[in-house]
Design a protein around this ligand. Structure first.
Ligand code: SF4
Ligand code: SF4
Length: 448
């Protein structure tokens, strides 16, 4: 007996197609009018609660729908399955995700930075404690992932190199796959640094460009007041030949479509249309260090609307659309028992936004992890399957309840925590479908 998934979304698409999307698989499909009519007839048969008599064509259609999880075998309960995956991911101790801030120093002075002006580098003792922590876990691990964070991590390249050598030795000894990524402002990502990072298996870097050159240079000046855009763009151009680069554009109410267009023109002039993934992020006034920009910040719903407009510009300018509504088992590291963020002094945190704020630390890397620490429990305790709105939500698999820190810290109600997808799924699915069509057409043209 088959059942229709409760995570299905259908909407009109381009050229008389219908877009079919399922939030539990992330599958996006284009259906012809004929296929969609066949689906609706089938859906009616499946909804009447009795085993339907299917034609050969309908049986074939069911196979395809099962593949995309639009339809599933009725013997299992899809919400319960997702709840199981969520809880398994929470308590998974076989995969270690380590976020390391080897320094809190930064070479830039961005107006909205939540980290304030900090300094300091990881000492040899703290680095050894980090290595000891990984070594202690290694016998039970199936994978080891490190994300280099800061401050600006490239200001501590020597520490990254020393730690990576130890991590790679441990991974080799225990036959564990090792992967690394980085969040950087990109200014120090020179050719030599890229080549060294490749040797250290850093295969993905997120770099921020806050608009076209004239805007970025104002918002993200170097500490010495000099401009940074030109050199970052040059660095991205080389790096994107060897690793996956995502360009993050932080958006507040002062940011306009014209600025996005100018930025895309500059990226296109550097040949980066198909070589980087551009994503838009909402600036949040998350600490007192950036409370001064609170009025300029978007709310979730407003941001979702402007975000879709900006993605449409990406599409119109021939850029890749890499922001996909993909299912995830947990919203972020704060809900995973074996994800650990450690700062240069060895303090541990549950959220990227807390780094450097000792009052929000859950302990130190040199001590056993304290799962009962109030700061650990505060974010870990939230469970989207215990929230009535989230439990019944048709996009639960891609949102998983929104940011636990905002929920815990600010007491923000569920409807204001909803991911952008809740508000812009329809226009975004249209953009994604059109971009996939463009890619397919280009691939066909290339072959012929
Ligand atoms: S708690 Fe919220 S801000 Fe912190 S890492 Fe998770 S999603 Fe991001
Ligand atoms: S926070 Fe909103 S969008 Fe996310 S799962 Fe809950 S109800 Fe759905």
């Amino acid at each position: 007996m088959y059942k229709l998934s409760r995570f299905n979304h259908f909407q009109s698409g381009p050229d008389a197609y219908h877009i079919a999307y399922n939030a539990s698989s992330g599958a996006v499909a284009l259906m012809t009018e004929e296929n969609y009519a066949a689906f609706r007839r089938l859906a009616e048969k499946l909804s009447n609660g009795q085993a339907p008599v299917l034609t050969d064509d309908e049986r074939q259609l069911v196979q395809q729908l099962v593949y995309g999880r639009f339809v599933y075998e009725g013997a299992r309960d899809e919400t319960r399955s997702f709840k199981f995956m969520h809880r398994r991911a929470r308590f998974d101790t076989q995969n270690l995700g380590l976020v390391i801030a080897p320094t809190m120093a930064c070479n830039m002075a961005c107006e909205y930075c939540f980290e304030g002006n900090k300094a300091g580098r990881m000492s040899h003792e703290v680095a050894q404690a980090v290595v000891g922590f990984v070594d202690g876990q290694a016998p039970l691990l199936r994978s080891l992932d490190v994300c280099w964070y800061g401050g600006e991590p490239l200001l501590a390249m020597d520490i990254i190199e020393a730690l990576t050598a130890d991590f790679m030795d441990i991974a080799k000894k225990h036959e564990i796959p090792y992967d690394a990524s980085m969040i950087s402002n990109g200014y120090l990502l020179t050719r030599d640094v890229v080549d060294r990072l490749r040797d250290m298996r850093v295969n993905q870097i997120q770099i921020t460009l806050d608009g076209p050159s004239h805007v970025h240079n104002r918002k993200r000046p170097l500490k010495n007041g000099k401009e940074s855009f030109g050199r970052i763009l040059e660095n991205i151009t080389y790096a994107s030949g060897f690793m996956s680069i995502s360009v993050r554009v932080n958006v507040d109410r002062t940011f306009t479509g014209d600025m996005v267009q100018q930025l895309l023109d500059e990226l296109a002039a550097a040949g980066l249309q198909k070589r980087v993934a551009v994503n838009f992020g909402k600036i949040e006034s998350s600490t007192t260090a950036c409370a001064n920009i609170a009025e300029q910040c978007y709310g979730n719903r407003d941001f979702a609307a402007i975000e879709a407009e900006f993605y449409r510009l990406l599409l119109e300018n021939g850029f890749l659309i890499e922001s996909l509504p993909s299912p995830t088992a947990t919203v972020c590291m704060s809900q995973q028992i074996n994800s650990v963020l450690v700062d240069h002094e060895g303090y541990l945190y549950r959220c990227f936004n807390y780094v450097g704020d000792h009052a929000k630390s859950t302990g130190k890397i040199s001590e056993p992890l304290d799962y009962h620490h109030e700061e650990f429990q505060k974010l870990f305790a939230f469970d989207p399957f215990e929230d009535a709105e989230c439990r019944g939500c048709s996009i639960l698999p891609i949102c998983m309840g929104g940011c636990p820190a905002r929920r815990a810290e600010d007491g923000v109600p569920t409807d204001q925590l909803c991911d952008s997808w809740k508000h812009n799924l329809e226009p975004m699915l249209e953009i994604i479908a059109l971009e996939r069509q463009q890619r397919m057409t280009a691939a066909v043209e290339e072959k012929s």
